[in-house]
Ligand binder design. Structure first.
Ligand code: CTP
Length: 397
């Protein structure tokens, strides 16, 4: 696999050195082309040392074996990444200008192209730049949104080159994962819910959200359009996923039902509270001597059950069952009762499984029979769960 990194003249050019190194470390062949202005910010020798390949700047550089270099680099590339991309290079690409090695090579490349802009906020927000970006998106270029913060020019706002770890992840997502969920809409619930007793206290559980977040990331890596409806967690939001933050079971149900019709796949990984206080006190409940307070509880709406019994024709539904005893029997009952296609059964009794852990032990429960998955990380298990879902959907088509 070959990545062609194009570096244009922004102060963020130095960050591209780390990117080229990460791609190289991951085993990719990396070629770098710099614009002449980029060479004011970083020396080509940096890239040559990190990638082991000549870093090319000028179209008429005579100092290498003769090939029509812009065409051969374009042909060899499996992905072109322009990072950082200035307003100038975006403008040139959008308007068909090819007046140096970087822009001629981009024009000659037929592989996927990603652009990570970096510029001053006013330049980024300039309608001409925004029009150029829209035009390139229409032509199939993928943009990696810049970050917001203190810019090198001293201004505060949007325009910082996106975090290079995020750029790396998005490039990997594009280049090295199978895209068997491309075009599919996947809704995932994750984390615990909090059911308020009063403004200070609530009922919750030990869920960390790790399983649902790992599933969301895995589905996005495979090209799905993912909505993650998340209870309160301390986890970083997965890249490129539409995360909807909710607090209570009621909020989670509302967020799911609102988006129910358009989904292809549901994965209910949240540990939704089964009960909530009948009344939430508007003021903090004070303790009184000799009095033991009683909290009356009522059932929350069962989201999986509701979606399972109002599902559209081809919608696929996967639930979870966390048990402490009779794992398989209880999970099989849930599959039937909630009208799901699959239940991922996990036991709190298995070492390294369950809440907060990065690993899990899951048995897939389906009408056709059960499948025990190996003890793996939640991220690895996510891919096996998605493999099963994709294969079920394909065999039903
Ligand atoms: N679930 C849901 N809405 C709820 C409760 C649970 O969507 N109000 C979903 C969970 O996300 C999970 C599955 O249902 O996918 C868990 O089933 P459930 O019967 O709630 O498991 P437990 O809470 O463990 O139930 P029980 O007390 O019967 O064991």
């Amino acid at each position: 696999m070959n990545i062609l990194l194009i570096v244009s003249g922004s102060i963020a050019a130095y960050k591209a050195a780390d990117l080229s190194h990460s791609f190289k470390k991951a085993g990719f062949e990396v070629n770098v082309i710099m614009t002449e202005n980029a060479a004011f910010f970083i020396n080509p020798i940096t890239f040559e040392t990190l990638t082991g390949n000549k870093c090319i700047i000028d179209t008429f550089d005579r100092n290498f074996d003769f090939k029509v270099e812009h065409v051969s680099l374009a042909k060899a590339a499996d992905l072109v990444l322009v990072a950082p991309a200035t307003a100038n290079i975006i403008g040139k690409i959008a308007n068909g200008i090819a007046d140096d090695m970087a822009t001629t090579t981009i024009m000659a490349a037929t592989c996927p192209k990603m652009i990570a802009p970096a510029m001053n906020t006013a330049m980024y927000e300039n309608p001409i730049v925004q029009d150029n970006i829209k035009k390139l998106i229409q032509y199939g270029y993928e943009f990696i949104e810049p970050g917001t913060g203190l810019l090198a020019c001293g201004d505060e706002g949007k325009g910082k080159l996106a975090d290079i770890n995020d750029i790396y992840t998005l490039v990997m997502r594009k280049i090295s994962h199978k895209h068997d969920l491309q075009g599919k809409k996947v809704l995932i619930t994750a984390g615990p819910t909090e059911e308020a007793i009063d403004p200070v206290r609530y009922i919750t559980n030990h869920s960390s959200g790790k399983m649902g977040y790992a599933l969301a990331e895995a589905a996005a890596d495979r090209g799905a359009e993912v909505t993650l409806v998340s209870g309160p967690t301390a986890l970083k939001k997965p890249l490129g996923v539409d995360t909807v933050d909710v607090v209570s079971a009621g909020d989670m149900a509302e967020a799911v039902f609102k988006r129910q019709k358009e989904q292809d796949i549901f994965i209910f990984a949240a540990a939704v509270a089964d009960f909530k206080p009948v009344d939430t006190a508007s003021e903090k409940i004070k303790k009184k001597d000799g009095e033991t307070p009683v909290i009356n509880l009522s059932r929350t709406v069962d989201i999986l059950d509701t979606v399972g019994h109002s599902r559209g024709g081809k919608q696929y539904i996967c639930g979870f069952a966390m048990e402490t005893e009779d794992l398989l029997k209880n999970a099989e009952k849930k599959l039937e009762k909630k009208n799901a296609d699959m239940i991922c059964a996990n036991s709190l009794r298995d070492e390294g499984a369950g809440f907060k852990s990065d690993t899990n032990k899951i048995t897939l429960i389906k009408k056709k029979g059960n499948k025990e998955l190996p003890f793996l990380t939640k991220r690895e298990l996510s891919d096996l769960i998605l493999d099963e879902i994709v294969s079920d959907i394909e065999s039903n088509d």
